[in-house]
Design a binder for this molecule. Structure first.
Ligand code: F6R
Length: 612
């Protein structure tokens, strides 16, 4: 979604802004722009539809824009089509104020009518321009941009992260936040704002996360923070524990491939620091044993791949805890009058920690009295902050839009939570617990071995990349894993793909299977391997071209029926999807590569979906 970066210091601002925006490209955008104030109080706005490179070419990599203070933006269109005029920053009618904005101003129509009646003429179709003109309206009253910002914040409704510069103040700019991420970065004689730390990590790892209702005034010398009552406040500084190399490709052709390869290490980091003497510990959790025992139902709420983690989690947690687990799409949960109460545990899963639907579901569940435990990757994100408990995945920055390492670390953590709760509830025997733990400890090594030899997956990708429609079928954990395999394939290769519980196929969808239809048959869940085989035969009888995935011990059995088989090492059933998903990620990657797709930035998609 949209990205914001802001800079003030002694260096030329424009190249720094362009570099920051380039690091936010992964989030998805359709236009980009910057605004810079020069020392002689001239405000220059440069913006363009399309890739950042177009803007960069127009301004010679930023060199042709003078000034040491500026703001930049990558836009993902909501109000008005992607074009040069609707791109941010938006400039006020008097040419004095420029604004970049993430989020949506809900009462913009009413405010636009108010301003039109005062003689303001609007250039764009955006809600953001309303903020700019309203700022200009109030600035005209006393020429105090600080006052104008607070007056505007009292009138606008909705979600916003705002970066604001004023031509009359060439030494400072302002930022404000409500329901959209924004942080301030502290440097030596220079300071920054960004919607995502990757934009500024090259310059500083010391940051402060802005909270809702806060305003920051940023100059090269320092940053002052204020609450919505305009009172000065102190903010805690945090240090980011990864550096710029983590957000660079490091020799890989794509971030997605790099992140797939990083999975064993990410799992080690996520899991092993929470294991002592072969036991799982979540020391920071506030929920105690009594509360865990009193839970009547567990809800897992998430979107997209995070939801797919929940689908695997349902099977595993119900098995380990003997408590009902319901997995809910966040976008549905918030409107379904959920039967959540203070005996409910709501597990919220989100890589970004900013997904709007997930955030809204969290708030709904909290209002209903549930305890909220979130599994989040981005430290300090909104979901992390609003949860009663947060477990971080510590997967490092995930740049490719299609998630891989975040999915894998979420899955491992959810399973570990099952082990932890199962131990407290006494629903997991010691023998079973130890067996699961043994496999957890082996998981990264097994994954590493798989990633060392991926030639057969590349080969299958070259066999099948021209197919136009694919079905993933599987039962139980294979079905849950298939949902993720199918999403990976469709989102980056644009091949139509569906995942089905194999047993459900014959209730309608099997009518779509015809000669040459590609079916990816998942048979890694050992207890139902025979059933998986009979479904393979069923689709083959209708002419399907089958690519199978199974475990090493079942491969010879599978090969009796299917020629093309991908294999994964054996594990405990709990962790089998963690291994099985890896060839599916790689298959999607190589298919998309052969189809010439923009793998890290698939069309129409954004890394963090902060609109409804
Ligand atoms: C798919 C993908 C998305 C996200 C979804 C939720 O590869 O990445 O489906 O999983 O948008 O995002 P988070 O986890 O940030 O809430």
């Amino acid at each position: 979604m949209c990205g914001i970066v802001g800079y003030v210091g002694s260096d030329q601002a424009a190249p720094i802004l362009l570099d920051g925006l380039a690091r936010l490209e992964y989030r998805g955008y359709d236009s980009a722009g910057i605004a810079v104030v020069s020392e002689n109080k001239e405000l220059q706005v440069k913006k363009s539809k399309g890739r950042l490179q177009v803007l960069s070419d127009i301004i010679n990599g930023g060199k042709s824009v003078e000034g040491v203070l500026g703001i930049g933006h990558t836009r993902w269109a909501t109000h008005g089509e992607p074009n040069d005029v609707n791109a941010h920053p938006h400039l006020s009618q008097d040419g004095k104020i420029a604004v970049v904005h993430n989020g949506i101003i809900e009462n913009y129509v009413e405010l636009r009518d108010f301003l039109k009646a005062k003689g303001y003429v609007f250039q764009s179709e955006t809600d953001t321009e309303v903020v700019t003109q309203l700022l200009s309206f109030y600035y005209a009253e006393d020429s105090d941009i600080f006052n104008a910002v607070f007056k505007v914040l009292r009138r606008i409704e909705g979600a916003y992260a705002l970066g604001i510069i004023c031509a009359d103040c060439p030494d400072r700019f302002l930022a404000a936040r409500k329901d959209a991420p924004l942080l301030v970065g502290f440097g030596e004689g220079e300071n920054f704002i960004a919607s995502d730390v990757t934009a500024i990590i090259k310059h500083t790892r010391e940051v402060a996360y802005m909270e809702d209702g806060e305003v920051a005034v940023i100059s090269a010398e320092g940053v002052s923070f204020y609450n919505i009552m305009e009172q000065p406040i102190e903010k805690e500084h945090s240090t980011i524990d990864w550096d710029v190399s983590a957000a660079e490709k490091g020799g890989y052709a794509h971030f997605m491939l790099k992140e797939i390869m990083e999975q064993p290490e990410a799992i080690r980091k996520t899991a092993f620091s929470r294991i002592r003497d072969n036991k799982v510990f979540f020391e920071d959790l506030s929920i105690g044993a009594e509360y865990i025992k009193s839970i009547s139902k567990i809800y897992i709420v998430a979107c997209g791949s995070s939801y797919h983690v929940g689908m695997v989690g349902k099977y595993n947690l119900e098995r380990m805890l003997r408590k009902p687990v319901e997995v809910c799409l966040a976008s549905e949960f918030r409107y379904c009058d959920p039967l959540v109460d203070d005996k409910s545990l709501v597990i919220v899963i989100s890589q970004s920690g900013e997904t709007l639907d997930t955030m809204a579901a969290l708030r709904e569940a909290k209002n209903l009295g549930a305890h909220i435990l979130s599994i989040v990757n981005v430290v300090g994100s909104s979901i992390a902050r609003e949860s009663d408990d947060v477990i971080y995945t510590w997967a490092g920055p995930e740049i490719a839009v299609a998630t891989t390492k975040a999915y894998s670390t979420q899955l491992v953590l959810l399973n570990m939570l099952g082990m932890y709760f199962g131990d407290i509830l006494g629903t997991l025997s010691k023998e079973e617990y130890d067996a699961i733990m043994g496999e957890l400890l082996l998981l990264p090594t097994k994954m590493e071995k798989m990633l060392e030899d991926i030639e057969d997956i590349k080969h299958f990708a070259s066999d099948y990349f021209n197919h136009s429609s694919v079905f993933f079928i599987g039962r139980n954990l294979d079905y849950a894993m298939g949902l993720e395999g199918s999403l990976k394939l469709k989102e980056i290769s644009y091949i139509h793909s569906e995942a089905y519980a194999s047993g459900e196929l014959k209730h309608g969808t099997i009518s779509l299977i015809e000669k040459g239809t590609l079916v990816i048959a998942l048979g890694t869940y050992a207890p139902l391997f025979d059933k998986a085989m009979s479904n393979v035969v069923e689709v083959q009888a209708r002419g399907a071209d089958v690519l199978a995935l199974t475990t090493e011990s079942n491969v010879s059995e599978m090969r009796k029926t299917v020629e093309n088989v991908m294999t994964v090492p054996e594990s405990h059933t709990i962790f089998q999807p963690s291994l099985g998903v890896v060839p599916l990620q790689l298959f999607a990657y190589y298919v998309a590569l052969l189809r010439g797709c923009d793998i890290d930035k698939p069309r129409n998609l954004a890394k963090s979906v902060t609109v409804e």
